[in-house]
Design a protein around this ligand. Structure first.
Ligand SMILES: Nc1ncnc2c1ncn2[C@@H]1O[C@H](COP(=O)(O)OP(=O)(O)OP(=O)(O)O)[C@@H](O)[C@H]1O
Length: 241
């Protein structure tokens, strides 16, 4: 079994009477789209990897090291939710500075200025989240992830609330900045266009299983029956464009 990257070794995750199994490896540095029908277990998978949900069996390894017993903060993992988790009473610089520790003094660090400039927010550090646009809030959340320095980044439909143009811009920025930083990204999305835009491979989550990653074009050009019916005609329309 390869040891570089994320390995889910005979993993079972359980929520109520729902159970998800996974036995797969994600190579370090890759961008992976996580796709599948609603209720299939995509968020359950991310919660297990992040450590919010303890597995009922199996192990989670990062670069060969067993992280299954580690608390979320001790894992090499950071997670971005749709609402981005910015504190409304703090400035963008203070929010980004939290990646360096709980003191608000980190807002003045050159590292925060650098992270803000990498996402195009160099002048907006003093503003609060309510004083910037939705796209700019997404950028601030991405800056915090870049600064946090964790090698594995999880995103659960991160930009669903943005309009299509803005979403594309954010995906391009995520791709550019996380790849440059050598991060491994698992991103839940319902949109095959998102996967085609940035994902090297896709993990399909359906019928209580997370399947091993498959190269994006190969999978979306010829989806297995379960994924094809979930994607409907949209995947075919996009694959021919
Ligand atoms: N806290 C919980 N307790 C019991 N069952 C849960 C809990 N959270 C989720 N489930 C169930 O687990 C299954 C998988 O849910 P999950 O949220 O992982 O799916 P998903 O693929 O992310 O769906 P969606 O695309 O709709 O967000 C569902 O059947 C859901 O009802």
């Amino acid at each position: 079994m390869p040891t570089d990257g994320l390995t889910l070794d005979a993993l079972t995750l359980t929520q109520g009477d729902f159970s998800l199994s996974a036995d797969l490896t994600v190579p370090e540095g890759q961008t992976i789209a996580v796709m599948g029908p609603s209720g299939g277990g995509k968020s359950t998978l991310l919660s297990g990897i992040a450590g919010f949900l303890s597995p009922t069996s199996g192990r989670i390894l990062w670069n060969g090291q067993d992280i299954t017993p580690a608390a979320p903060a001790q894992r090499p993992v950071t997670m971005l939710f749709q609402e981005h988790n910015l504190f409304p009473h703090l400035t963008l610089a203070q929010n980004v500075g939290l990646a360096l520790g709980p003191s608000l003094k980190h807002a003045a660090s050159p590292k925060v200025a650098d992270a803000l400039s990498r996402v195009g927010l160099e002048t907006l550090g003093p503003r609060r989240p309510a004083e910037v646009s939705g796209g700019q809030r997404s950028r601030a959340a991405l800056a915090r992830i870049l600064l946090a320095g964790k090698p594995l980044v999880l995103m659960d439909e991160p930009f669903a609330a943005l309009g299509p143009g803005l979403k594309q811009d954010m995906l391009a920025l995520v791709d550019e900045t996380l790849r440059a930083a050598g991060r491994t990204l698992l991103m839940v999305t319902h949109d095959p266009a998102d996967a085609r835009a940035i994902a090297d491979q896709v993990i399909v989550v359906e019928e209580s299983r997370a399947l091993p990653p498959t190269p994006t074009a190969e999978l979306l050009d010829n989806p297995p029956p379960g994924l094809a019916s979930y994607l409907g005609t949209s995947a075919r329309a996009r694959s021919s464009s």
